[in-house]
Structures are given as C-alpha cells and as structure tokens.
Design a protein around this ligand. Structure first.
Ligand code: PLP
Length: 367
C-alpha cells in the first residue's frame, strides 16, 4: 500500500508535450508573449468565460500587481483564512492588512462584519473564494460601492467556478488565479489576472513586463512576471483535460459525502444551488467532542497510515509571527476563523484517487 497524497498534479501527456517542445525549439521564440502564450490566454478566456486575462508566473504576483494597478494605498480589508500570499501582497504594496472574520457557511469574508472594520483609510477589500466556494459577491459589492472601495478577489481556488452560468472571476474590479501544481488547473507554477476591459489588460500586461509602455518608455515600477512558451504549451494541454479531472474529483467528493453524512462530529460542504464547483479541496470540520478525536489526532493518525491530509488553513495568517501584532489579528476579533482553523482538515482530493484509496481514507475516519 503506497502513500495517499492530499493532491497530485494534473500532468499533460508527455508525448504531446514533446511535440509542442519541438515546435518551440524550432521557432526559437521561448518567451515574451510568444504564440503559445497568446493561444493560452485566448483559450483560458474562452474556457473561463471572462473577457480579458493576463498570464503571470505564479498566483502571488497578480495579487501584488492588482493592488499596484488600482493604486491602492492605506488599509485593505482581507481574510485571515487564506494562504499567506493574500496578506503578503497587501504589505508588498505598502498597505496595512485589516483582518475581518469569516462566515462558517463559505469560509469566506463575512459581509456582516466588513463595515465595522472600514475607516477613512480603507481603500479596498480583498476576499478569497476559499476552496472555490463563491463568497457573497453581491453583499461585498454593495458595501464597496457604498464606501467607494475597490474589490480584488483572490480567486486562486476558483478556477472554472460559476454561479448561474457566470464566472465568479467577473466579480469585483479584478480577480487573480493561481496555476500552481497543487491547484485544480496548473502550469507547474503559474497564475493569471482577470479584468473587464482592454485598457486594463494593456496596463496589466505592461506592469508584468517591467512597466514598459511601448518599446522606449517605462511608466511604472513594474515587475517581471512574463510566462514562457514551455509553460504556456503545458497549460494548453492541461486545459484539454481539466474538465475530466474535475469530473473525477466530483466523483470522489460524492463518495466522501455519502460515507460521512451520518458520522457524528463531522461537517462538510454540500454543493451550492446554481454553482458549478471545481472540487478543488474536500475540507471536513471536526467537532472533537462529538467525533471523539481532535482534528490533530485524526491528522496524525492518518499520517501514520500514510494518508496525507492537510490542515488548510491552519494556522491563520493572523497567527503567524509576522502578522500577529496587528490590532485586527487578535483572536477575539476573529472567533469563527479561529474555531474553523482548529477544526479543519482537507482530505486527499485529486483526479487519480481510486475507490480503494477513498476507502482507505474513510476507514481511518469511520472506525
Ligand atoms: C495558491 C494560493 C496563492 C498563491 O499562489 P502561488 O501560485 O502559489 O503564488 C494565493 N492565494 C491563495 C488563496 C492560494 O491558495
């Protein structure tokens, strides 16, 4: 019995990838908006049902660049229940992160708690569609409009997620994606930003290319986040198989749900009506009293049996030493996030899990 990992990268067919590498070698055009890069942007815009997209070398740099592009200064309201890059991007822009608690139903920012955190210095809200579960975008937009704030979504988990046929990536001012190897859709490392209009795309394309505007003029202190042809080709091939990977994940989620639905002390998410989910993660939340074991006891027992779960997200971003002294980082300010971080464990979830693998995971949980 081998090890069951929490995730497994979706890899393109090596032969097909080799054919594309041959094309790249022959063309001698290896980066700087080459033909595979252009094809991938067009294919992703179509697949994701978004008007404009700009590729980045990872999912962190589009977050940094989004704040820069919108000239955000001052305070940015964000969630402590995310990957640390969300908060880092705010600090890299010289802004102050302000943590607001999450709601239990989505693990995303709680709109009811946002307004109390708004001050005259607040410039933007940066929510996360955690686990690909859409946050309450309508409520967040209403608050933003009322207070003249920008909204930048960290949609790193939300590849392909739609509500009533509309991509969640079209919400807010800008949305960002991560194509890291651990995500539903990957280009090894990679990411993207989604925007509403051609002018913004042009600006973002400039910012990820050192701030160049044309051949001889630099208008901003931009960064280098240009994606090369090799990764673009890899991305094109993976896009062809991402739907079947999501379908396999959906099946695994169904098996987990069926087996866990009557287990005391275990809570998990059901599909939301009208939402196309991507099954990027399968978090379960452990009530230790009812379940009879703590989350950590389960986590280490699984690990001992070579079944790897992930305490995602634990610790909270606000609990890291780099951020814990911020006034908004106090656990009393974040009761729901604090509780969820102690309850959560993401079960193995990827396209290669067999029924036997799923059974092995479940056997440890259901004794
Ligand atoms: C993965 C992830 C990122 C960072 O993406 P990278 O591609 O690893 O830089 C940012 N935010 C969230 C919520 C993530 O899950």
């Amino acid at each position: 019995m081998g090890r069951i990992t929490v995730t497994s990268p979706l890899l393109p067919d090596l032969e097909e990838f080799g054919g594309m590498l041959r094309e790249i070698w022959d063309s001698k055009w290896v980066t700087n908006n080459g033909s595979f890069h252009k094809r991938l942007e067009a294919a992703l815009a179509e697949y994701l049902k978004v008007p404009y997209i700009s590729l980045f070398t990872n999912g962190t740099l589009p977050l940094l660049t989004a704040l820069q592009a919108l000239d955000i200064k001052g305070e940015v309201i964000t969630t402590p229940y995310s990957f640390v890059a969300t908060t880092h991007s705010i600090v890299w822009n010289g802004c102050t992160p302000v943590f607001v608690d999450i709601e239990e139903s989505t693990c995303g920012l709680d709109p009811e708690k946002i307004e109390a955190a708004i001050t005259p210095a607040t410039a933007a809200i940066m929510p996360v569609h955690c686990y690909g579960k859409p946050v309450n975008m309508k409520a967040i937009q209403e608050i933003a409009d009322r207070h003249g704030l920008k909204v930048i979504y960290d949609a790193a988990h939300a590849f392909g997620v739609e509500v009533d046929g509309e991509s969640v990536l079209n919400a807010g001012d800008l949305s960002t994606l991560s194509f890291h190897a651990t995500k539903v859709y990957n280009t090894l490392e990679g990411g993207a930003m989604v925007m509403h209009d051609a002018e913004t795309k042009k600006k973002i394309d400039g910012l990820k290319n050192f701030g160049f505007a044309g051949e001889t003029e630099v208008v901003s202190p931009g960064i280098n986040s240009k994606v090369d042809e090799v990764r673009s080709a890899y991305g094109l091939l993976n896009l062809r198989q991402v739907d079947s990977a999501i379908e396999k994940r959906r099946r695994v989620a169904g098996l987990y749900r069926e087996a866990l639905k009557d287990v005391p002390g275990i809570r998990f998410f059901d599909d939301m009506p009208g939402v196309r989910h991507n099954y990027s993660y399968f978090p379960v939340f452990i009530d230790a009293g009812e379940f009879g074991r703590t989350r950590d006891e389960l986590y280490f027992e699984m690990k001992e049996k070579e079944v790897l779960g992930r305490r995602y997200f634990y610790p909270l971003i606000s609990a890291f030493s780099v951020y814990r002294n911020l006034p908004s980082a106090a656990p009393e300010n974040l009761p729901v996030a604090t509780k969820i971080a102690d309850e959560v464990i993401c079960l193995p979830m990827h396209h290669e899990l067999s029924d036997a693998d799923v059974e092995r995971v479940l056997d440890i949980i259901i004794k």
